[in-house]
Design a binder for this molecule. Structure first.
Ligand SMILES: Nc1ncnc2c1ncn2[C@@H]1O[C@H](COP(=O)(O)OP(=O)(O)O)[C@@H](O)[C@H]1O
Ligand SMILES: [Mg+2]
Length: 238
């Protein structure tokens, strides 16, 4: 399978601070690739470089072989990269339907039908005020909005953040379902355990640098990952 997104030797400096250093991550046409790490290591900054909110100071971001690292964020959306941002950023005072329509592209209705078919729970709640839904449902809406244009690459920034363990499982199932639909997903998470369960490959970053990378199952069984991120226990993979 060929790769849809290739991040090559990416670095980001803001002022004198080195935020990201020599980051390389490859996302295949279908699958879940995750970038894992504690709070403050640079995960959101990486997402922002890909979506053109920040501009990398070195390296390349290739979408289908073409460097997009200098493009503006609206151009990146038009090329087919959509982000479900950290903290969800849904419009709480608007309805579910209004939130989805904001994500719509030129095909409108067709795109809405696609998302509602994927997440029937949103269809039941189209007229509900978005802010009155549960955290898990709000995250579903945030992801649904990002899927409205059938993106070539879906970026998910900490979808499990702030959710109860039961809802973390619900979101993981949702992301796996999206993968099964044929999407390419780049997931960043500090919930290493949950992310490794659903990912194909993963990279762990510390202080803006990749320190461990490989197949998710290998990482789940890596003592260094277990020690630092899984509470000392190598977790059993299915
Ligand atoms: N616009 C910015 N200006 C200054 N520092 C920033 C900016 N954006 C991110 N940073 C810094 O980059 C580091 C990584 O932040 P971030 O990417 O949000 O990490 P994570 O998402 O892994 O928690 C932090 O030290 C943060 O303060
Ligand atoms: Mg973040």
């Amino acid at each position: 399978m060929s790769n849809i997104l290739e991040i090559k030797n990416l670095s980001l400096k803001i002022g004198i601070q080195d935020i990201l250093h020599d980051i390389s991550v490859t996302v295949p046409e279908q699958g879940i690739v995750s970038v894992l790490g504690a709070n403050g290591v640079g995960k959101t900054s990486l997402m922002r470089c890909i979506s053109g909110i920040y501009h990398a100071t070195g390296g390349e971001i290739l979408l289908e072989g073409e460097d997009i690292s200098k493009l503006k964020s609206h151009e990146i959306v038009e090329r087919g990269i959509m982000q479900a941002p950290e903290g969800r950023q849904i419009f709480s005072n608007m309805t579910v339907l209004e939130n989805l329509v904001i994500g719509a592209g030129p095909l409108g209705r067709q795109e809405l039908d696609h998302v509602l078919a994927l997440f029937p729970r949103l269809e039941e709640r189209l007229k509900q005020q978005a802010g009155s839904m549960s955290g898990g449902e709000q995250q579903m809406l945030c992801i649904g909005r990002a899927l409205m244009r059938k993106p070539k690459v879906l970026l998910l920034d900490e979808p499990s953040l702030g959710l109860a363990p039961r809802l973390v499982g619900f979101i993981c199932e949702l992301v796996s379902k999206i993968r099964a639909e044929g999407y390419a997903v780049l997931l960043v998470e500090q919930n290493v355990k949950a992310a490794l369960r659903i990912s194909d490959t993963a990279s762990v970053i510390e202080h803006g640098k990749i320190v461990i990378e490989g197949d998710a199952s290998a990482l789940a069984n890596d003592p260094r990952v277990a020690e630092a991120y899984l509470g000392g226990h190598v977790h059993e993979t299915a």
